[in-house]
Design a protein around this ligand. Structure first.
Ligand code: PMP
Length: 409
């Protein structure tokens, strides 16, 4: 069970994997932007589901099917509360942020966009928020426009103002950059797009793990995130969409669950949210995601943000003392992600040395090749912190970087 006292030791005890040793050393996990670790509450919820509840959902009159359906739909309700969606049926289960964006591009995009229409994304997007729109552009003859990035890793909002026009038919931007940690001014983007009646999708893959997002307050039209980044299971994610848009969009995949009636002549589709959920859903992982959200709320967002701020400020202070380190992305509004290089050293070599010291960081282009091209580098080393990390672990990172500097320079 969760330890109610919010000490770091108590929180760390909730995450069994944090006790692992690699190469005989206690493991330091600073790859949280790639995926968050799982508290016992999530692991137990999934086990409990399989041991005591599993049956297929929505179809059976039998007891266990109804119990599974209740748990599954309760998880949807938890997600709706988590995002402050107006309606629970605005929450569509997906496999992750990637599928959510693909779904919108393939349904809204195919139906409502035509040749010559412009789709606006930003220069710091993850490939998941570039490629689906490029595929749509290829198919429909739409034009992809890109909001450029300034040197400090913030969006060029003057350029945004001039790129946004009557020709723009869709805007899709990251709330938070995975490679740099920049928090983008999405409220301003949404307000300006809405003034021209343009819908906006927010890629929240890196936002919902750091702070609470209110989709009604933001007034975004679509919002996507992945369960595994918010300390929930892999294989499950969420697309939020405003009812009035989801209602007019065609289905994504065809199959069971998403229909109302089927004859060989014609099929009619189910209402929301099932229209977008063909086939047996990932019931256990939806339940696990619901438990993950419960856990985060029990820890409390105030605590999470304070702890991450503390770690980020400390790490920045210490890393800036290393004159060989070049930082990338120094926006004033950032989450606890630090992207950097050791001058003249390939990021892979730094990552390998850190790994041998038991420290997991990400190296490479972070699925943002256009962003790396803009910075003129092949990739970076990325250390990303979560609320269960500690200052002592940051000391180990700094010690590792000093060793890497000594060995590689
Ligand atoms: N967008 C951003 C900003 C991301 O960081 C990621 C994951 N790295 C994705 C989208 C895709 O998420 P997933 O692979 O979980 O679908």
């Amino acid at each position: 069970m969760i330890i109610p006292i919010k000490t770091i030791d108590g929180i760390r005890a909730d995450f069994p994997i944090l006790n692992e040793k690699v190469y005989g050393k206690s493991w330091v996990y600073f790859d949280n932007a790639a995926s968050g670790q799982k508290p016992k509450a999530v692991i137990q919820a999934i086990t409990e589901y399989y041991e005591h509840t599993h049956s297929n959902v929505h179809r059976g009159v039998h007891y266990m099917s109804q119990r599974a359906t209740d748990k599954f739909e309760h998880a949807r309700k938890r997600v709706a509360q988590f995002l402050n969606a107006a309606e629970t049926h605005e929450i569509i289960w997906t496999t992750g942020a990637t599928e959510g964006i693909n779904l919108v591009a393939a349904t809204y995009g195919r139906k409502f966009l035509k040749a010559g229409d412009e789709i606006l994304i930003s220069g710091m997007e993850h490939h998941a928020n570039i490629v689906p729109w490029q595929m749509l552009c290829e198919e429909k003859g739409c034009i992809l426009k890109v909001i450029p990035m300034l040197d400090n890793g913030t969006l060029d909002m003057q350029a945004f103002d001039s790129l946004l026009s009557e020709k723009t038919r869709f805007v899709s931007v990251a709330y938070v950059s995975n490679a740099l940690g920049t928090i983008n001014p999405v409220k301003e983007i949404i307000q300006k797009a809405h003034a021209l009646r343009i819908p906006v999708l927010l890629d929240g893959a890196q936002a919902s793990c750091h702070f609470l997002v209110d989709v009604q307050e933001l007034d975004c039209d679509f919002y996507v995130f992945s369960g595994h980044k918010v300390f929930g299971p892999t294989g499950i994610g969420v697309l939020y969409g405003k009812s009035e848009l989801l209602d007019i969009m065609p289905p994504y995949k065809g199959g069971g669950e998403m229909i109302e009636t089927v004859t060989f002549e014609k099929t009619t589709y189910a209402g929301l949210p099932f229209k977008f959920e063909a086939g047996t859903p990932d019931i256990a992982n939806a339940v696990g995601l619901g438990a993950g959200i419960d856990y985060l709320e029990e820890i409390g967002w105030d605590f999470i943000q304070k702890q991450e701020d503390l770690l980020f400020q400390y790490a920045m202070e210490e890393i800036k003392k290393l004159k060989e380190v070049i930082l990338y992305g120094t926006a004033p509004e950032k989450v606890s992600v630090i992207s950097f290089l050791i001058d003249g050293v390939h990021p892979y070599d730094v990552g390998t040395i850190l790994d041998k010291m038991g420290i997991a960081v990400r190296t490479g282009h972070h699925c943002t090749q256009p962003l790396m091209a803009r910075l003129g580098i092949p990739g970076t080393v990325r250390a990303s912190f979560a609320f269960y990390n500690t200052k002592e672990e940051i000391d180990r990172l700094i010690e590792g970087l000093k060793k890497a500097i000594k060995m590689l320079r």
